[in-house]
Design a protein around this ligand. Structure first.
Ligand code: CMP
Length: 418
């Protein structure tokens, strides 16, 4: 009851000393007064201290056995502390039994039977003990053969990616000791707080009794996993973001973007300078797995280069989506609506966490003016993709060459080029 186990162990020698001292007292008392105690009813006044001494000895002995049993044996065998409720009931029941025996020994003529046969006294004792304990300790009902779920909370800063956090923490928690392998732990956002993303981990226990240690282990694993993966715990802070009044580029540095753009096949004819200018004009966006980047039928006036991750191009037919292509790092999409002015021909969905670089109409127009060959290579790509869409939709495949020639003219017209 609020006593730590180390404090209990420190008390053990004290209880042992008290038991030995009381034992000695009983021995000496019996030695001096044994003859008088057995003399008859007129010496009954001596029985009172005798009963008291024996009762004290019984009390200390029970406490000693309790400590030996629960502080040492139980902890070593089961690996956790015995519940206080069990300990107190043990002490009370054994002591009551011993006291009755002592009382009967000295006062054999008094009948205690009626009092105990009803077991009313035990009811009162156990009721009192359990009520006073219940007030101090939370009583939890944990079905034995069921897996019991636990919730652990933590917070990360807003700049950390949720998809990455989920993956990293789930993998770290799932192989922790006593976390059930039967159900994969869940890591989810419970709140977008004032200064942090607030998370909860839900996991299931193998052995309910070890929930405190397992909770602690899960927290520890989370700390290491976040640290290893460059994710940051949030604590109540305020971050002042000073924003330069230039084109916003929230995710990646210019050189890295220019590198990525140089690897895009249609941009091969561009000079280093042109690539750098194009890099400055791009805007980075990060999408979570499963998020839709482009929806078929929407208007659109920009194209995208996949910087990290993978996306799937999908057609929707009678309510079902049919994959057309998977595009990865260095591939581009969204060029069809940008160059022709027509609605988006397909939907594009992130297959994993994906970062894309958005290129707008103005940036492309500038490039087209200085690189006529760019219009040509892009119209080829568009013609090929149209053919792919038609094949996927089981329509007649158009003649790519003728299509490309027609496209070239319409792209030039759309961009106001000669
Ligand atoms: P847009 O029509 O603007 O939007 C959907 C995009 O999906 C489209 O541009 C292309 O970039 C891309 N897309 C369409 N069809 C294909 C295909 N067959 N292969 C690869 N990408 C495609």
């Amino acid at each position: 009851m609020g006593t730590s186990s180390s404090a209990r162990r420190n008390r053990f020698p004290l209880i042992l000393l008290a038991t030995v001292a009381t034992g000695l007292g009983v021995y000496l008392f019996t030695l001096f007064f044994a003859a008088r105690l057995s003399e008859g009813p007129h010496t009954s006044f001596l029985k009172i201290p005798a009963v008291a001494l024996w009762a004290l000895l019984a009390y200390f002995t029970v406490r000693l056995v309790n400590a030996a049993l629960f502080d040492f044996a139980f902890r070593i065998r089961r690996g956790y502390e015995a519940p206080t409720l069990v300990r107190n009931i043990f002490t009370l029941v054994i002591f009551t039994v011993l006291f009755v025996l002592i009382f009967k020994w000295f006062y054999s003529e008094i009948n205690l039977g009626a009092l105990f046969t009803t077991s009313a006294i035990f009811g009162v004792i156990i009721g009192l003990v359990s009520n006073s304990n219940a007030a101090k300790e939370a009583i939890e009902v944990a079905p034995r053969d069921n897996l019991n779920a636990r919730l652990i909370f933590f917070s990360t800063v807003y700049t950390d990616s949720p998809a990455k956090t989920i993956h990293v923490v789930r993998e770290a928690v799932r192989d922790a000791d006593n976390v059930s392998e039967k159900i994969t732990p869940i890591v989810r956002i419970r709140n977008l707080g004032e200064s942090s993303i607030e998370w909860e981990i839900k996991y299931w226990l193998e052995d309910y009794a070890k929930y405190n240690d397992t909770d602690a282990l899960v927290r520890q694993r989370t700390w290491y996993a976040l640290r290893r993966n460059g994710l940051t715990f949030a604590f109540p802070t305020r971050t002042l973001h000073l924003e330069r009044k230039v084109t916003a580029r929230p995710t990646t540095a210019e050189d890295e973007i220019a590198d990525r753009l140089s690897a895009v096949d249609v941009f091969a004819p561009l000079s280093t300078d042109e690539l750098r200018q194009l890099a400055m004009a791009t805007v980075g966006h990060v999408f979570a797995p499963g998020e839709t980047l482009i929806r078929a039928g929407d208007e659109g006036s920009s194209m995208f280069v996949v910087h990290n991750g993978r996306v799937q191009v999908q057609l929707t037919e009678s309510g079902k989506s049919r994959p057309v292509a998977v595009l990865s790092e260095g591939n581009f999409f969204g060029e069809m609506a940008l160059f022709t002015g027509e609605p988006r021909t397909a939907s594009v969905v992130a297959l994993e966490e994906t970062e894309v670089l958005e290129i707008g109409h103005a940036a492309m127009k500038h490039l087209f003016e200085t690189n006529p060959s760019l219009v040509e290579s892009i119209s080829w790509t568009i013609a090929e993709r149209r053919a792919g869409l038609a094949a996927s939709a089981e329509q007649a495949t158009p003649n790519s060459l003728a299509e490309s020639a027609g496209l070239l003219t319409s792209i030039k017209r759309f961009f106001g080029l000669r």
